[in-house]
Design a protein around this ligand. Structure first.
Ligand code: PMP
Length: 394
């Protein structure tokens, strides 16, 4: 049962609204002004709105998307089906045809797959399904900021386990934190965003062994890592894998993600998810992709080759630290990161100043995250970096 107190107005209005919205200050046209905001959950005062700033650019290396679109033939198939499907009817819910196709492709039983409105929605649903006041999420730091937003919104407590000095996961401290805090949820992306650090299959098994509660491994970038942990699902009922079609599968525009896990676990998370959230275009796009024989192997191999090449070039630049990554992006640190970021943008290259984000921990100071693009885009990036740092290997 939902206890009213959990959602009631805070007893005292949050201080921020009093200062920011003092009567008469924010809308001079309104005669009747109220000094305070209507009631909201107190946690919201600790959550900055998630915004992505996208200035004009030619080369987009800031969101870890695929630099290439779907093949034209697949795009056409999606458009044809979309044209033929009624728009006045609700989408299938649950989206069983899409779930079946995914299950077949990844070779698990249908009941082990649950799709959602991209992985962010499934992450929010998982946080809502597991956390509440007094319950803890253990996660890594630096980690995926959206997990912290979701856990905060769910009313949970967050325990962050710091990475090592090279931003790589350290498993023993994660296990120690699990023993100490008995979290309801352990959330660990592998590869991690923004660091690119990974957990091995043995690491994940040790973590799952340390708790009976949910361990969610966010595999948004798994295709680029070559690490397969799906086989552990047979051993651990508390393991759930979070996946997305936004990265390697090149469907970021459609918002499709899925969970793989124990059917009873998925059924609990399903209850925290809004109905009908995967709309008809997303279902059609996902179904078309999974029904096709379109193989991504060559593109994934290309990204991995480019990762080695581009990271090596950056490692040779004076004053630039490059941290190990098995994702389709990598993290660097340099003394005046903001200036380098600006210089790249002046040449039309947009990367992600992760150290400057409102959610950024101090450990990311002067860090920049760079997604890998096409070979031509990567060449332009490396050339611009060499010009900026001069003295690099020209
Ligand atoms: N998890 C991780 C680790 C990510 O980096 C991202 C994308 N930035 C997501 C989840 C969310 O992806 P989507 O909602 O597009 O599935």
């Amino acid at each position: 049962m939902i206890r009213e107190a959990d959602f009631a107005r805070p007893d005292t209005p949050p201080r921020i609204s009093l200062t920011r919205f003092r009567a008469g200050e924010y809308d001079p046209a309104v005669k009747e002004k109220r000094a305070i905001l209507p009631g909201f959950r107190r946690e919201l005062e600790r959550i900055p709105p998630y915004r992505v700033f996208t200035p004009a650019h030619e080369i987009k290396l800031n969101q870890n998307e695929s630099p290439i679109d779907l093949p034209a033939a697949l795009r056409e198939q999606i458009l044809i089906r979309l044209r033929e499907t009624p728009w006045n009817r609700y989408p299938d819910y649950p989206a069983r045809p899409l779930e079946s196709l995914i299950a077949k492709r990844i070779r698990v039983a249908k009941a082990r797959v649950m799709v959602g409105h991209a992985s962010n929605e499934l992450l929010y649903a998982t946080a809502l399904a597991t956390l509440e006041r007094g319950k803890t999420m253990v996660t890594g730091a630096p980690g995926y900021p959206v997990a912290k937003l979701a856990a905060t919104l769910a009313g949970g407590r967050i325990v962050e386990v710091p990475a090592d000095a090279r931003y790589q996961y350290e498993v023993d401290p994660i296990i120690a934190a699990i023993r100490k805090h008995d979290p309801r949820l352990v959330f660990l992306p592998s590869p991690n965003n923004p660091t690119g650090s990974t957990l091995s299959r043995d690491d994940v098994a040790r973590i799952c062994d340390a708790t009976g509660n949910l361990v969610m491994i966010d595999e948004a970038y798994r295709e680029f890592s070559g690490i397969a942990i799906q086989a552990l699902l047979g051993r651990f009922r508390n393991l759930v894998l979070l996946r997305t079609l936004s990265k390697a599968a090149r469907l970021a525009a459609f918002r499709i993600g899925y969970l793989v896990g124990d059917p009873d676990v998925l059924s609990r998370i399903e209850r925290a998810k809004p109905p009908h959230s995967i709309d008809v275009p997303a279902q059609i796009a996902g179904e078309t992709l999974f029904a096709s024989r379109d193989m991504l192997k060559a593109e994934i191999a290309r990204v991995r080759r480019e990762r080695t090449r581009v990271m090596k070039s950056f490692a040779k630049l004076p004053g630039v630290d490059v941290f190990p990554s098995r994702a389709n992006f990598f993290l660097i640190r340099t003394e005046d990161a903001a200036d380098f970021d600006k210089a790249l943008l002046a040449q039309g290259i947009l990367i992600r100043a992760v150290g400057a984000a409102p959610t950024a921990p101090p450990a990311l100071r002067n860090c920049l995250r760079i997604s890998l693009g096409t070979n031509r885009e990567n060449n332009a990036l490396v050339a611009a970096a060499r010009r900026y740092f001069r003295g690099g290997d020209r």
